[in-house]
Write a protein that binds this ligand. Structure first.
Ligand code: 5GP
Length: 217
């Protein structure tokens, strides 16, 4: 945010945590969001899962050996970590802490277990749960994206009902029926979060000390 003289006012960055069942479209929503809002910084997770066709190290994930993952975990280099569908996933702590300290918004696309750990350490985070419009549609999306084997698909679908019961722990729910609508809802949530009093103490202080956001000449 800038004042009328163009001077930057430091607003605290928001930590945005996006979760939802496999196939709900979190990845699609995050990609669209990052394309249209370049100021949002995406935290690339580490994982021990095998790389899928088309995925790149350092773009989709940092693909690590189990040994390297455990080393990061033991050195407290992960903000959170979880075992999801038989693989380990985690959020590198340093990137998130540095970006937030610089006043940037950071987005984490992580599972529910990880999100609840983040909620514990960052209660000021913004927790958004993405829902599919129906179970049938969810199954259709997972099957047609063709990235997982039959047994992995069954495992992922088997977890969905249990996962949905955790949605109430989040602050917002977005139903991803039409992607553009879902993205615009997430953007609205982010805009509203930017206006929170707790993120704008510098703005309030300036009005209190200077009388306005404009510097008197
Ligand atoms: P996928 O293997 O389909 O890329 O991801 C499987 C699940 O792991 C998804 O629910 C995804 O959100 C979650 N996930 C990805 N990165 C992380 C992470 O850093 N931490 C946690 N806890 N979950 C993650």
């Amino acid at each position: 945010m800038k004042n009328k003289d163009g001077r930057k006012l430091r607003r605290q960055g928001a930590l945005l945590v996006i979760s939802g069942p496999s196939g709900a479209g979190k990845g699609t929503i995050c990609k669209a969001l990052l394309r249209s809002s370049p100021a949002i910084h995406y935290s690339i997770s580490v994982t021990t899962r095998a790389k899928r066709a088309g995925e790149e190290h350092g773009v989709n994930y940092w693909f690590l050996s189990e040994e390297r993952f455990q080393e990061m975990r033991n050195k407290n280099e992960l903000l959170e970590w979880a075992e999801v569908y038989g693989n380990y996933y985690g959020t590198p702590r340093r990137y998130v802490e540095e970006e937030l300290a610089a006043g940037h918004d950071v987005i984490l696309e992580i599972d529910i277990q990880g999100a609840m750990k983040v909620k514990h350490s960052f209660p000021q985070g913004v927790f958004i749960y993405i829902l599919p419009p129906s179970f049938d549609e969810l199954e259709h999306r997972i099957v047609t994206r063709g990235t997982d084997s039959e047994s992995v698909i069954r495992k992922r679908l088997g977890c969905v009902k249990q996962e949905l019961t955790c949605a109430k722990e989040y602050h917002y729910v977005v139903v991803n029926d039409i992607v553009e609508t879902a993205v615009s809802q997430v953007k609205s949530i982010i805009e509203a979060e930017h206006c929170r009093i707790s993120r704008n103490t510098a703005v309030i202080e300036q009005i209190c000390t200077c009388g306005s956001l404009v510097n008197e000449k």
